[in-house]
Design a protein around this ligand. Structure first.
Ligand SMILES: *Cc1c(COP(=O)(O)O)cnc(C)c1O
Length: 437
């Protein structure tokens, strides 16, 4: 399968090229040339299949031309080493709990898949040079990527994060790992970290000395595997006899997660419609209302992983729907919630159902409460475990959220990180010295 750029001025790329490059040379996002439909027979028996079996069928449609079945099965099964249950919250609302992976958030799925696919390419090429993944993080991406790549042979990960700007819980998830993961604590803000990574990719001397790649969320190998769990959500609701008018609601920031679901629908997954839930950063909500796309600087909210002012996957949605706002409106409804509403939802849901939401999932749950029609059943994606935001969640809902053991284990670990200034020269010197080790 070849991949084209949403800007249409870059040559078609192979899967391997698209994965190693991340962004296309014309700064567009890679899209698969075809989206294969899955046979009716697959949907007829999908409720008898496991998450891994379902995911393997979906993965074959995307990656089957490029990765032999046995290798692909290994990658998929190893990626999905945890369950993604659909849990009943009310009679017609279910929570798809995407937080049972190593870092308790949905980004684990894409990050684990990408690391294993990149590991496969490195082995296949008999690559004797180490591949270095550079990632800038304000919290969640760093932990998902670092844990996804932990122990993958031939690959080293450098996580750059802003000193003092990342919560202790988040920091512990990527600074305590050791092995092939190096955490770099930059004396600056997130934008400085991102600038260091961007400069590194553009530096000729550095790229000659070392093989560098990114693990950005726009990477096709992180983005496409997110389709897997939409099929599994459908399978679980079908088993309960509740899948005939299924609505899936996705708390959205960069819109990678929901776009993967839209790909699923294009492959034949019988989802009736989608809802994109925004926080106060409601650029997509406004786009649906007005037909105008007006990106603007993000504002901080309770659901901070959705604080995005220019959703990077918007270009993919436009490509998928041939730039037609009406076609987009036919498949996706919008909603947006202020911090006050998010906090109210968290309290009300806990009081009336006993279900503890995290601030992101709260946007998804509330959108279903507001927009679900009587003949529909809704599933919202619970994108992170409430314990990841323990202080806020405890404060809002007057509770004491239990910390899952795998999160507690990170917090017991010893922090190992390299302090660096925000100067590119320092960063470059550091990387070149690492490379000589
Ligand atoms: C990244 C993230 C989101 C937003 O997902 P997008 O794919 O960027 O739309 C939502 N919730 C949580 C917890 C996240 O980490």
């Amino acid at each position: 399968m070849k991949y084209y750029s949403t800007n249409h001025s870059a040559p078609l790329a192979s899967l391997e090229e698209a994965v190693v490059r991340g962004l296309a040379p014309d700064k567009g996002l890679y899209m698969p040339e075809q989206i294969k439909s899955l046979p009716t027979e697959f949907f007829d028996r999908i409720d008898t299949l496991s998450l891994q079996e379902i995911a393997f069928e979906v993965a074959k449609a995307f990656f089957g031309d490029d990765v032999p079945d046995d290798d692909l099965r290994g990658i998929v099964y190893d990626t999905l080493s945890f369950d993604i249950p659909a849990v009943r919250v009310t009679d017609n609302i279910y929570s798809l709990e995407l937080f049972h992976g190593p870092t308790l958030a949905f980004k684990d799925v894409g990050a684990r898949f990408m690391s294993r696919l990149l590991g496969y390419f490195v082995r296949k090429e008999g690559e004797n040079r180490q591949v270095n993944v550079l990632v800038a993080t304000s919290g969640d991406t760093g932990s998902a990527v670092a844990n996804g790549f932990l122990g993958v042979p031939g690959i080293h990960v450098y996580v750059l994060y802003p000193k003092g700007k990342v919560s202790k819980i988040q920091e512990s998830q990527f600074t305590t790992l050791g092995q092939n993961i190096t955490a770099i604590e930059v004396d600056g803000v997130f934008d400085d970290c991102q600038a260091l990574v961007k400069n590194a990719f553009m530096d000729a001397e550095l790229n000659k000395a070392m093989k560098l790649t990114s693990a950005n969320s726009i990477n096709v190998a992180r983005f496409l595997p997110q389709a897997f769990y939409y099929f599994y959500a459908y399978a679980q609701l079908k088993k309960l006899g509740l899948a005939s008018n299924l609505v899936i609601c996705v708390p959205s920031g960069n819109f990678g997660n929901i776009t993967a679901g839209l790909f699923g629908k294009r492959m034949g997954l019988p989802v009736y419609r989608f809802i994109a839930a925004n926080n106060a950063n409601d650029i997509f909500y406004q786009y649906l209302l007005t037909g105008d796309y007006n990106p603007r600087p993000s504002v901080p909210t309770l659901a901070n992983a959705m604080d995005v002012g220019a959703p990077s996957n918007f270009a993919r949605i436009l490509a998928l729907y041939d730039n037609s706002v009406d076609a987009i409106r036919a498949d996706i409804a919008g909603a947006r919630y202020s911090d006050t509403q998010i906090a109210d939802t968290m309290r009300q849901c806990l009081a009336s159902t006993g279900y503890q939401l995290d601030p992101h999932g709260a946007c998804g749950y509330q959108a279903l409460c507001d927009l679900l029609r009587p003949d529909e059943v809704g599933v919202f994606l619970e994108t992170a475990h409430p314990a990841k935001f323990k202080e806020k969640v405890d404060d809002i809902t007057s509770s004491d959220v239990a910390i899952p053991e795998r999160l507690a284990a990170f917090m017991r670990g010893t922090k190992q990180s390299v302090p660096l200034s925000k100067s590119f020269d320092d960063f470059k010197r550091f990387l070149l010295a690492e490379n000589k080790k």
